[in-house]
Design a protein around this ligand. Sequence first.
Ligand code: AMP
Ligand code: MN
Ligand code: MN
Ligand code: MN
Length: 278
Amino acid sequence: MNNFDLHCHSTISDGLLEPRDLIRRAAANGVELLALTDHDHLGGLAEAREEADALGVSLVNGVEVSVSWGGLTIHVVGLGVDAANARLAQGLAGVRGGRDSRALQMADSLAASGIRGAYEGALRYVSNPALVSRSHFARWLVEKRYARDVANVFEHYLRRGKPGYVAHQWCSLEEAVEWIHGAGGVAVVAHPGRYRMSASERDRLFNAFKALGGDAIEVVAGGHDHAGVREFAHLARKYGFAASRGSDFHGPGESAVDVGRAAPLPPDIEPIWERLAA
Ligand code: AMP
Ligand code: MN
Ligand code: MN
Ligand code: MN
């Protein structure tokens, strides 16, 4: 396997491409094994599979679950899940159920700092009403020139401590791993380099994840630089996790790394795709 990309998004969550177009782009970029991992939602997989079958791309059913752990938001990717599994479907419905009221709170909070109409504005960028995310707010805020790009909006408006940030309770780490395993999948800590946590917090997270039977971490992720890849390869070996590789591609012009174009996995590490029945 030369090119596997096990983390990306479509319009079912906060990606810019329809599942079909995402698959076409992945195929054009030489991806052999792709996981579509929309936030808290499995709704894009059927369309993605149709196109993947037509183009000869192997598709892995995926999802990126929003988790609250130790006061932080952590993302856990499930790979190889049965999309018909009732418990997983119910769990995800619960996780995304709070998104709309959170979005209204975010808009209130932005209004309190003088930015009005953010909820309606964000909705213009939403394609799946069940999945309003901070990315949709970010796109509207860029349109309104509150910041020059999406990354900048997050820095000034949407991350913890900023005016549009609203604390939210997602599911527990335990629930996420249980739902994923219960649906026949493997559980992967997404982009571990992105969490603002100390080394000791990270150690606690990896130990907790290991104790729950967690399978892998993303060693190569869209947001990891060279040093990050080396560091997480080392940590994967240390904790006995397999390694995943994902671009976290959201759309052309927005994501730093295109689908299938993340760095290669370092050698001497078990790639998680070997455990996935494609
Ligand atoms: P939410 O699930 O609504 O909290 O939104 C999280 C999404 O916001 C992530 O999946 C990313 O797509 C996006 N995001 C978070 N932080 C950043 C950032 N610093 N720059 C760009 N996008 C970000
Ligand atoms: Mn996202
Ligand atoms: Mn994520
Ligand atoms: Mn993602």
